[in-house]
Ligand binder design. Structure first.
Ligand code: CUA
Length: 153
């Protein structure tokens, strides 16, 4: 008669486990963290701010400039951009096709660009010079050629 107890215990444990799994997947897994804003990847170039990639001065915000990037296999738009030294810049980026990386060599900026999501990072470059932007997610045959450049002047 103890078998019945063990059977109930076993099934009960399984149910608790599945419930926890289901709840966590539903509540925690429905949005990748830090990519809360969404965009239709088919219409990236017609939607602000991605209709005007590049650097733009902004007023009344905690940052001085917004720097908008559109990624696609195998380049970034813009491919080369100048930023004034000391400026606080909000980088806003998305991808038109597949997952790309957005790593700025020599800094802590390292984002993943996912189709349908907008990635953002606020930063101030503490040194003048050239910063290489690299794609660090394998995205196809031209992956290793996919770069852009920030010049802090
Ligand atoms: Cu884009 Cu690798």
């Amino acid at each position: 008669k103890f078998e019945k107890v063990w059977l109930i215990f076993g099934v009960g444990t399984l149910l608790v486990f599945l419930t926890v799994l289901g709840v966590s997947a539903f509540y925690l897994g429905n949005q990748p963290p830090s990519c809360l804003a969404t965009i239709d990847p088919e219409k990236v170039e017609t939607q602000a701010p991605f209709n005007e990639p590049g650097l733009k001065k902004v007023e009344g915000k905690a940052w001085d400039y917004e720097l908008v990037f559109v990624a696609q296999a195998f380049n970034y738009n813009p491919g080369d951009v100048e930023i004034p030294f000391g400026a606080t810049v909000k980088i806003i980026a998305t991808t038109k096709d597949v997952i790309h990386g957005f790593e700025v060599a020599g800094t802590n900026i390292n984002m993943m660009l996912e189709p349908g999501y907008i990635s953002e990072h606020i930063t101030t470059f503490d040194k003048t010079g050239e910063y290489l932007i690299l794609c660090n997610e394998y995205c196809g045959a031209g992956h290793h050629l996919m770069t852009s450049k920030i010049e802090v002047v």
